[in-house]
Design a binder for this molecule. Structure first.
Ligand code: ZN
Length: 396
């Protein structure tokens, strides 16, 4: 690349500005790169809409293999890693897929229409950059917005519905789009690179739902690989959660769990205040425990176990009840004749969108909580959680 004088001036200005302190890798006190930031950045940046999780699987599978006794796959591409030979079968789940779409049609003038995958608001789709995973590699594009100079005054506050939108990839004809390697069915994801937000403990990026859970899985399994837990732990990175918990269904068929723990991104209510009944979590206030969502109810004894584990280890715990929310624990719960489950969440601001924010302290405390739970579960504890026989009281 030619280095022009204006580019040199610009880079100098950036280097001298206080914002130059912002880096996308934080360092430890000895100057070594923070491995957790590296892991979160890699997972957030990886493109993997439902059914096209290959890039995420390519990151997860080798790391899961190196920390487990055995790795296998279900028929939908979920990665199942086992630790331990005996004891209750405990499934720890996070999903690899993210909100995205697929190319539906290439128009004669080279634009792409999109089939959305997962729960998008229409207002989140316009004027955004996207990556299309074409046959010749990633293709960049933008959902163009109508120009205000031609939009009538009465339409300026209106949300444009998704069926009006198209992705502009710079092709002027259908043939040019095809030459770029694009065809119907190609996966589409947001183009939103990870960054540490202005040197803070908050990380900006796409797909925290549920790459933050994937990262919890990796860090927890590295720790339990070294502990003497009396369980068979099945760490499972599932597929196609965003379109109906499909990978969790098939993975649970394989695992046949006695108990299930889903790790997810939680919904914060600390920005758009004034709706306290919608959600209760705050960013930076610790891991969250779902007491209710529209897909599942947690096992009450397991809720008590999580609360006790958090209290014993001085881990702050938030509670949440969200109406319009579903998660893999619902599929696990309905497997193997009924399985006690819980959904634990790392709070995330702006989950189903191009840009979300997670907090590092919340993440670290979640890893601690999951590891403490797994180290304190055993056959007796799992049997007690699974026991629904009425307690007999001794008559005086
Ligand atoms: Zn999710």
């Amino acid at each position: 690349m030619r280095c022009s004088a204006s580019l040199v001036a610009l880079s100098l200005a950036v280097c001298l500005s206080p914002f130059a302190l912002t880096q996308d890798t934080q360092s430890g006190s000895d100057g070594t790169p923070d491995a957790t930031v590296v892991l979160l950045r890699e997972l957030s940046n990886a493109p993997g809409p439902p059914g096209a999780e290959e890039p995420v699987r390519a990151i997860m599978a080798p790391m899961m293999k190196s920390a487990s006794d055995e790795v296998r796959y279900d028929g939908l591409g979920s990665v199942i890693a086992r630790q331990g030979e005996s004891g209750p079968r405990i499934m720890v789940d996070a999903h690899m897929d993210e909100l995205g779409g697929m190319v539906r049609r290439i128009t004669p003038n080279g634009l792409l229409t999109m089939q959305m995958l997962g729960g998008w608001l229409d207002q989140a789709l316009v004027d955004q950059r996207w990556t299309i995973l074409g046959a010749k590699g990633p293709v960049r594009g933008v959902t163009g917005i109508r120009d205000i100079h031609v939009v009538p005054a009465e339409e300026r506050g209106r949300v444009y519905p998704r069926n009006m939108l198209s992705i502009d990839i710079g092709a002027m004809t259908a043939e040019q789009a095809a030459q770029m390697g694009i065809e119907p069915g190609d996966p589409v994801v947001p183009d939103s690179p990870f960054e540490v937000l202005n040197g803070s403990e908050n990380y900006l990026g796409k797909a925290w739902d549920d790459r933050v859970g994937c990262a919890v899985l990796i860090e927890a399994m590295r720790r339990t690989a070294k502990s003497a837990h009396p369980n068979r732990l099945f760490y499972v990175a599932t597929t196609q959660e965003e379109i109906g918990l499909r990978g969790a269904h098939t993975a649970a068929d394989v695992v046949k769990p006695d108990l299930g723990i889903a790790i997810e991104g939680g919904i914060t209510g600390d920005v758009y205040a004034g709706h306290p009944e919608e959600t209760q979590e705050k960013l930076g206030a610790g891991p969250g425990l779902f007491l209710y969502d529209s897909s599942t109810l947690p096992n009450r004894k397991l809720v008590a176990f999580v609360k006790k584990t958090a209290a014993d280890n001085r881990i702050p715990l938030q509670f949440d009840l969200v109406q319009g929310y579903g998660d893999d624990s619902a599929a696990i719960q309905a497997s193997n004749g009924g399985t006690p489950t819980i959904n634990l969440v790392v709070p995330v601001r702006y989950t189903h969108a191009h840009n979300g924010i997670m907090n590092r302290g919340d993440f670290d405390r979640m890893v601690d909580l999951v590891v403490e739970m797994l180290n304190h579960l055993d056959q007796k504890q799992v049997d007690a959680i699974r026991n629904f026989a009425p307690q007999t009281t001794t008559q005086p």
